[in-house]
Design a binder for this molecule. Structure first.
Ligand SMILES: NC(=O)c1ccc[n+]([C@@H]2O[C@H](COP(=O)([O-])OP(=O)(O)OC[C@H]3O[C@@H](n4cnc5c(N)ncnc54)[C@H](O)[C@@H]3O)[C@@H](O)[C@H]2O)c1
Ligand SMILES: [Zn+2]
Length: 366
């Protein structure tokens, strides 16, 4: 087993992101090699643990286990509190490492518990979704939702190590897998023409790729995210380009109460909206927009948006976390593989782009 290794620089030192098929089976040895923690407590959820728990437990030598309920609606302080209770029960101390095994929800919560328990203990990310492998597990952002909004409470707490095994992605439900691929497309469009071209080449089978086709794509995204967060750990500047597609995307999620779209699907719509704005401004050539649209559509149809009123969506962007000093920062592509952040996109511009992409005109009750 020779995993690919990408290093992330962080204020606390740095950490490796290891990517490789079969890593999950060698986790214990990996943590030994990297001298991560004497005692290991796994945080996972019942869905992931049923599918992959046995071999991970075996490789870790029967670790103590905390199972948290599955689903975004459980990503809140009450669940973190349950993790604290378990850490106390297992007598976790400063030498204990929390090993998060799951998607972004598990990683964000377990990481937040690790960031705050005893003012911070070590943690390891073992991401098991596309979203978590290419995005959530890297960069040290951890946190939970409040009733008032997503990810409103959190911390920056760098993991000691990230171990991404693309083979575990095979058990993902199709829709979940596809939703993650939209974030992969995001990296291509916003950061890497190379990756974009590779995705285009893989497009006919992208939604159902051969096992060995997935690993290089995951690795590419990890490299991009690692490079960006190494430059800008706290999202003061460059890291914001990763929000490409997320302005309209978050609005779509918010107006549908986070029920109708997977996050990645909403981001896919958001990328189409942002490219439309960029074309209207003369920033992006129309064929580049069309290439993005074709790549997105190659994964199959997105959940429809014709019944969502642009007025409601534009209103929703005003509550976005990307609003800094009352200015909405929007990431616009300049060409395939490069994007810039602008702070002068008007509501009317956003609305016009949404209508062109296929959102419902006007403002009406849901
Ligand atoms: N911290 C960050 O920088 C960051 C970045 C992006 C997203 N996030 C967060 O990540 C969350 C979304 O993550 P997600 O998309 O991974 O969702 P998720 O964690 O809810 O996982 C999606 C579903 O897939 C299941 N699952 C996980 N691995 C599986 C596997 N290998 N086989 C079968 N099923 C599996 C999960 O149990 C869940 O039901 C959001 O809360 C978001 O805010 C955080
Ligand atoms: Zn995202």
């Amino acid at each position: 087993m020779h995993p690919l290794r990408v290093d992330v620089r962080a204020a606390t030192g740095g950490y490796p992101v290891l990517i490789g098929g079969g890593l999950a089976d060698g986790l214990g040895r990996l943590l030994d090699e990297h001298r991560v923690g004497r005692r290991r407590i796994v945080v996972s959820n019942p869905v992931v643990w049923r599918l992959h728990g046995e071999r991970i437990a075996k490789s870790l030598g029967g670790p103590e286990l905390v199972l948290v309920p599955d689903g975004e609606r459980h990503k809140h302080l009450a669940t973190v509190s349950r993790i604290y209770d378990s850490l106390v029960r297992f007598e976790a101390d400063r030498g204990t490492v929390v090993v998060a095994v799951g998607g972004g929800v598990t990683g964000d919560m377990a990481g937040f518990a690790a960031a705050t328990y005893l003012r911070g203990i070590a943690f390891v990310q073992v991401p098991t979704t596309v979203v978590a492998q290419v995005d959530a597990a890297i960069g040290g952002k951890v946190g939970v939702n409040l009733p008032a909004g997503k990810n409103l409470v959190g911390a920056f707490h760098a993991p000691a190590l990230v171990a991404a095994d693309p083979e575990v992605l095979r058990t993902l439900p199709r829709r979940e897998f596809r939703a993650g691929l939209y974030e992969v497309i995001k990296y291509g469009m916003a950061c890497s023409a190379d990756l974009f071209a590779r995705l285009q080449a893989a497009a006919p089978r992208l939604a159902d790729p051969a096992a060995d086709a997935l690993e290089p794509l995951v690795a590419d995204c990890c490299r991009i995210k690692a490079a960006i967060v190494s430059e800008d750990e706290r999202e003061a500047g460059p890291r914001r380009v990763l929000n490409f597609g997320h302005t309209a995307g978050h609005a779509v999620e918010a107006v549908t109460a986070y029920r109708r779209f997977r996050h990645g699907e909403a981001v896919a719509w958001g990328m189409l909206v942002a490219s439309e704005i960029a074309v209207a401004r003369g920033l992006l050539a129309a064929p580049d927009r069309d290439a993005l649209k074709a790549l997105v559509m190659s994964l199959g149809p997105l959940p429809p948006v014709a019944d969502l009123a642009v007025g409601d969506l534009v209103a929703a962007t005003r509550h976005d976390k990307k609003v800094v000093d009352e200015t909405l920062h929007v990431v616009l592509p300049g060409r395939i593989g490069a994007a810039t952040i602008v702070s002068d996109v008007t509501g009317a511009e956003l609305a016009a782009a949404m209508e062109r992409v296929g959102f419902g005109a006007g403002r009406r009750a849901r």
